[in-house]
Design a binder for this molecule. Structure first.
Ligand code: TXA
Ligand code: MG
Length: 416
């Protein structure tokens, strides 16, 4: 029924995890850890000083509430149960039961009422009377939370406004010198944040699209009429958007992002790009379909966006791996990293560089590769990043991807 995990703390890796967990439990400097969506920056959700450490490290406005991560339903019930209430009343509202059974552990966050005399530090909820709870499915995340044995408040582990981190090196790049621990689980599987849902109001609402698509949510009993709450509210400029984090500048690399909406349907050509951006400089191009390379025959290599595999080294072959070793191997398997390919285009006598990346062709790959691609192109110091959008209607997490891209984009190109 309930998710549980047994750990063998005798391996070297296990010791490291225990040290990280001990920091999480006792220190006021947050610990970064992998989840299946993005890396989180975690602190003990019951200690104000620890939670303040998150806002400090991220330089994040403190009116933006944090998600509380738990490793078991027992842990969640312990957190929200009201003293002296009847033992047979489940503190988790009924509406969430089928959703939890279906998607936890996994990329969905549920909004719960903050109980009276809550153990949660007030900094977690930023003054709201509700809070978000999530049970991640990444085994290292679960192991860390379980070992620390505290509910873990964690936003994404990027510097505020930057694209969310989907690999440990992204966290290091943003927060080096500000934190002491990063638990490295390799690149994240999903690549966009969890879906935030509110079942406390009727009809239930998706406040932030994410790793679990609305179509899938609507197949759950009691969730058939789920609406996209965030769009309704914030599009009208409501002063109190229901997912407060959505009002901030987000997911922005250094270079301006130009988004080509999928309906544009046309591949940017080199002369289109040059016309838009001036005749010199460099541009990053993030493609999401199997388009042919865009160069004028000056391309190196055959296929753009080469995919290199980061193979994990099997540990202790022949010997029986401890549960922890087994999970470490599991989390680093089948992980892929994307690379940009340089294409030089002659334009009006001046060379024009395009860093060409393909993160497609399917929605899951686009979601997994998007933030990483934006960061990779930032490191190339491009003057602009052009991203080919995908069709929202593709369902699943396409809506989540386009939500992030529209926030990151300063310029929207319907047609080039
Ligand atoms: O996948 C994820 O959710 C990642 C990983 C680390 O778990 N976390 C994450 O946290 O994305 P953060 O802080 O970057 O985003 C939390 C989102 C924000 O949009 C925030 O406004 C919303 O959840 N949120 C948190 N508490 C809320 C509440 N009580 N009511 C409405 N929205 C809430
Ligand atoms: Mg975030």
């Amino acid at each position: 029924e309930d998710w549980d995990l047994t750990l063998d703390g005798t391996t070297q890796d296990g010791k490291d995890l225990q040290l990280a967990a001990s920091n999480l439990k006792h220190s006021d400097i947050p610990v970064a850890f992998p989840t299946e969506t993005v890396y989180g920056l975690g602190a003990d959700a019951t200690r104000s000083a620890a939670v303040k450490g998150i806002y400090k490290a991220k330089q994040r406005p403190s009116d933006n509430p944090l998600i509380v991560h738990i490793a078991s339903l027992k842990q969640l019930r312990r957190l929200i149960s009201v003293p002296n209430s009847s033992a047979d009343i489940d503190p988790i509202p009924q509406i969430y039961h089928p959703l939890i059974r279906r998607f936890w552990p996994g990329p969905i966050t549920i909004i719960l009422p903050v109980p009276e005399d809550s153990k949660l530090a007030p900094e977690v909820t930023a003054g709201l009377r509700t809070f978000g709870a999530r049970m991640p499915r990444d085994l290292l995340a679960l192991a860390l939370i379980k070992t620390a044995d505290v509910p873990v408040a964690a936003p994404s582990a990027n510097a505020s406004t930057k694209p969310s981190p989907t690999a440990a090196e992204h966290v290091r790049y943003d927060l080096d010198g500000r934190i002491e621990w990063i638990v490295d689980g390799g690149p994240c599987d999903v690549g966009v944040e969890s879906t935030v849902v509110d079942g406390l109001n009727s009809p239930p609402a998706v406040l932030r699209p994410g790793g679990i698509g609305i179509d899938l949510i609507r197949t759950v009993p009691g969730w058939e009429d789920t609406v996209v709450g965030y769009h309704d509210v914030s599009m009208k400029g409501d002063a109190a958007p229901r997912a407060p984090g959505m009002k901030y500048r987000h997911y922005s690399p250094k270079a301006p992002v130009m988004l080509v909406e999928a309906t544009g349907g046309k591949q940017p050509s080199s002369s289109d790009l040059a016309r838009r951006l001036g005749s010199s400089g460099s541009v990053g191009l993030v493609r999401t379909k199997r388009w042919k390379r865009m160069g004028d025959g000056a391309a190196k290599g055959e296929v753009a966006g080469e995919v290199a595999s980061l193979e994990s080294t099997p540990k202790g072959a022949g010997t029986s791996a401890s549960p922890l070793e087994a999970m470490l191997q599991e989390t680093s398997r089948h992980k892929k990293q994307l690379h940009a390919e340089e294409v030089i285009i002659g334009h009006g006598g001046k060379p024009f560089t395009v860093w060409d990346m393909c993160i497609g062709p399917d929605t899951a790959s686009v979601a997994r590769g998007l933030f990483s691609a934006l960061r990779e192109l930032d490191r190339k110091d491009v003057d602009a990043i052009i991203v080919e959008g995908i069709d929202d209607e593709e369902g699943d997490i396409a809506a989540a991807v386009m939500n992030r891209l529209r926030k990151a984009a300063e310029v929207k190109l319907e047609q080039l």
